[in-house]
Design a protein around this ligand. Sequence first.
Ligand SMILES: NC(=O)c1ccc[n+]([C@@H]2O[C@H](COP(=O)([O-])OP(=O)(O)OC[C@H]3O[C@@H](n4cnc5c(N)ncnc54)[C@H](O)[C@@H]3O)[C@@H](O)[C@H]2O)c1
Length: 349
Amino acid sequence: MPLAPSPTLLVTGGAGYIGSHTLIELIQAGYRPIVLDNFSNGSAHALKRVESLTGHALEVIEGDIRDAALLDTVFHQTKAHGAPIQGVVHFAGLKAVGESVAAPLDYYQTNVAGTLTLLQAMDQAQVHTIVFSSSATVYGIPREQPYTEMHPIAPINPYGQTKAMVEQVLRDWCATLPARRAICLRYFNPIGAHPSGMLGEAPQGIPNNLFPFITQVAVGKRSHLNIFGNDYPTVDGTGVRDYIHVLDLAVGHVKALEHARGTTGGFAAVNLGTGRGTSVLELLNTFSAISGRKIPYEFQPRRPGDIAECWADPSTAEALLGWKATRTLEDMCADGWRWQSRNPNGYED
Ligand SMILES: NC(=O)c1ccc[n+]([C@@H]2O[C@H](COP(=O)([O-])OP(=O)(O)OC[C@H]3O[C@@H](n4cnc5c(N)ncnc54)[C@H](O)[C@@H]3O)[C@@H](O)[C@H]2O)c1
């Protein structure tokens, strides 16, 4: 019996942090991903490393999700070559909360208008399946913990608004044709790296997120960590978040695709988190113990808009997708440290 051909997927933003790790899991699960990325925050080196880790030559298109003509060409050409795109995994977007407050139009343009352009191209090509990178930021101020998917959607910054708006678009898009399938994965706080030490998070400039800041202090690129707030009503006064290993997140995408391809249609929004909250100091202490590096820190006042604590109820992901995070905080720290210590300047080495 000949082997079934690998289903072709379009992976937007595949050269970024989460996208590059997900490519590995997709390839290992038997998919043929085509990467579309404008490299505004992604790295061609990351894609090369995905190739060497998987032994699979990637098809890469440098381009923008807002380029309707390019998208039409991509969908059309794959069809003409007999391997039509069967689904889209949509990572491409802007992701810095502070920047979204300063430049909201850029965020609405890329995240919302870009997704509309993508969906229109999918409609033209009759591609009905999308997995979308949403975020726990859609929930806004927590009314209770943990967040379930039933928690009200009330984002408090433009970045979160763009994710909530796209979710609504996808809900409406699915409602108009039964065959359409959209799964919005609401990520909590992805950290860590591929255990090979070859792939990881490589922020440009000063990291916006806590974990890459810690690893950059550990490797000597930054002098100390500022911890914003030590008077929250939490276990030790510092903020609590649900950190999730980026590879667990990557596996979640494969499970979401399997689920989408096995259903007749419809919309779903699903939390991807561990269900466990970790404070800044707990993360710091775990990282220090594993890396053997002391991380100097200073407490600073709380930042406006930050919440005290949040973590996921991940039970929908388990019930619907058969997915559960399996990697520990120690795994996240060990893998993140291996990446940072071997690549102190990210992919620039
Ligand atoms: N990292 C997180 O903490 C986090 C949490 C929740 C949700 N998300 C979402 O997950 C997705 C991936 O996040 P990430 O951390 O990998 O970010 P990233 O910046 O590393 O990856 C995004 C990729 O999209 C590309 N891109 C940006 N705009 C584009 C455009 N207009 N056209 C084509 N490509 C474009 C970038 O070059 C980059 O390679 C984003 O949508 C983000 O909002 C991330």
